[in-house]
Structure formats: structure tokens, C-alpha cells
Design a binder for this molecule. Structure first.
Ligand code: NI
Length: 251
């Protein structure tokens, strides 16, 4: 399996070696670490240079849009010369935490979409309670980058709209929550070839470890839940989502 979105630089209870070891023991061969803030960049570069099976993304999270400045464009271009930088992310819109700078969020999102296009890298999208604006910006500004709606949280209808655009859905631990009815429906109603597995660790820990710190090894619970919901073999889920992941990130 590949954990396509995991902030291992934010996990507090385990060392990187322990994280990798646990992942391997649970069939997780590769992991991709997104950036949220420019402060994460050096940690990510260090990780991808040190560990064969770790890949990175660079970008500024919408909640950190105030930390953006235009000199980051050249900085990201330079750092992305490293072939293990496989996407721009996580970028997008978040109207859940703080609505006071939506316009700034949009502006920074658009700049980073254009940067991804220029670098010919996929876009890993954070969309929280901002489905319409996120969709509209991607539709208007994205010219050719593959798109992953990370930690997808929309309805079946919105999922289908995203699929129609050729985008992929990142599915994480939330799908294992008993009350995540909408999420379970989404997983049952989109093509498996468009689903990517992720943990978003250290957040959103799947059942049965909900309430503790998340880690890439737990992506197997996400895969198991998807298999159960679709009534198919776990092996099938792993194989198909892995192919989709390779299609997007070329790893
Ligand atoms: Ni994340």
C-alpha cells in the first residue's frame, strides 16, 4: 500500500525509523509527506533524501495563507528539482477554521495551481467546507495537472462531479467511523480506480485506534473498510489504488 498523504513530520510519539518500520510490517511500502507551511520544507527535503520510500509535496495550506510570500515560488521551483517532490500540496481552501481571509486563501491557491501547472506536477487539494469555490478555481485555473481531492468530504454528487473532471479522491480514516454515512456512500459509488489511500496522520486515526495518534501503518484499516463497503477482496483494493497512485504521482 501507499499512504498518499501523511504528515509524519508532525507525529510526536514515534521516531521516523519506528514509523517506517511499523508501516513496512503492515504492508505500507511508500509514503508521501505533504507540506502545510513553508517551515515544513526543510524537514520534507531531509526525509526524502534520507529514506528511499518517502516522497514529498511542497505547498502552503490555506489556513497558513498568511505565511505565503511570492519568493516561495522560486524556492519551490528550486526544491522541486528533486525528483522525489511529486506534487504541490497541500493547497486549497478551508472555510471551517477561519473565514476572515477567504479572499487571500483563494489568491494563494490560484498562485499554487499555476505553479503546479508550470512544474507539471499534480495538485493535492485541501477542501474543507469550501467545495464550490475549490471546484470553480480548479476548473478555471488548472491547466493539465492531475488533481487529488485529499481527505474528500463531499457528497456522492460532488464526488461524481470531481470524477467527471478526471480527478482522484483521497480516502482516509474517516471512512471507518461509524457515523461517516456520507463518506461510506461515496466509497461505494465512485470508480475504485479513482480512489487513493491516505491517513492524514497524525490526524483522523481510523477505527480501531481512533483517539490515539495516527501513523501510515494504519492505512490498512482504510483499505479494509473500502473492501468491506464494496464487497470485494482487500487485495483488489490494494492493487487498484496502487495503480491509481502511480498514475497520479509517478512513483
Ligand atoms: Ni493533511
Amino acid at each position: 500500500m501507499i499512504d498518499t498523504h501523511t504528515h509524519i513530520n508532525m507525529i510526536e510519539g514515534l521516531t521516523t525509523n519506528e514509523i517506517i518500520q511499523n508501516a513496512k510490517e503492515n504492508g505500507v511500502e511508500k509514503i508521501i509527506v505533504p507540506a502545510a507551511n513553508p517551515k515544513d520544507f526543510s524537514a520534507i527535503i531531509e526525509l526524502i533524501n534520507k529514506y528511499d520510500n518517502i516522497y514529498g509535496m511542497l505547498g502552503v495550506h490555506p489556513s497558513d495563507a498568511k505565511d505565503w510570500d511570492d519568493s516561495l515560488i522560486d524556492k519551490i521551483k528550486k526544491l522541486a528539482e528533486n525528483k522525489k517532490i511529486v506534487a504541490i500540496g497541500e493547497i486549497g481552501l478551508d472555510y471551517y477554521w477561519d473565514k476572515s481571509f477567504n479572499d487571500l486563501q483563494k489568491e494563494i491557491f490560484i498562485k499554487q495551481v499555476k505553479l503546479a501547472n508550470e512544474l507539471n506536477l499534480p495538485i493535492d487539494v485541501h477542501d474543507r467546507e469550501a467545495h464550490k469555490d475549490t471546484f470553480d478555481i480548479l476548473k478555471e485555473y488548472n491547466k493539465g495537472s492531475k488533481v487529488v481531492m485529499h481527505c474528500f468530504s463531499g457528497s456522492v454528487e460532488f464526488a461524481k462531479e470531481c470524477i467527471k473532471e478526471g480527478w482522484y479522491l483521497g480516502i482516509g480514516g474517516v471512512v471507518t467511523f461509524k457515523n461517516a454515512i456520507k463518506m461510506k456512500e461515496v466509497v461505494q459509488n465512485v470508480p475504485l480506480e479513482r480512489i487513493l489511500l491516505e491517513t492524514d496522520a497524525p490526524y483522523l486515526t481510523p477505527v480501531p485506534f481512533r483517539g490515539t495518534e495516527n501513523q501510515p501503518a494504519y492505512v490498512k484499516f482504510v483499505a479494509e473498510e473500502i473492501a468491506k463497503l464494496r464487497g470485494i477482496d482487500l487485495y483488489n483494493v490494494i492493487k487498484v489504488t496502487e495503480l491509481a497512485t502511480q498514475e497520479v504521482f509517478d512513483i
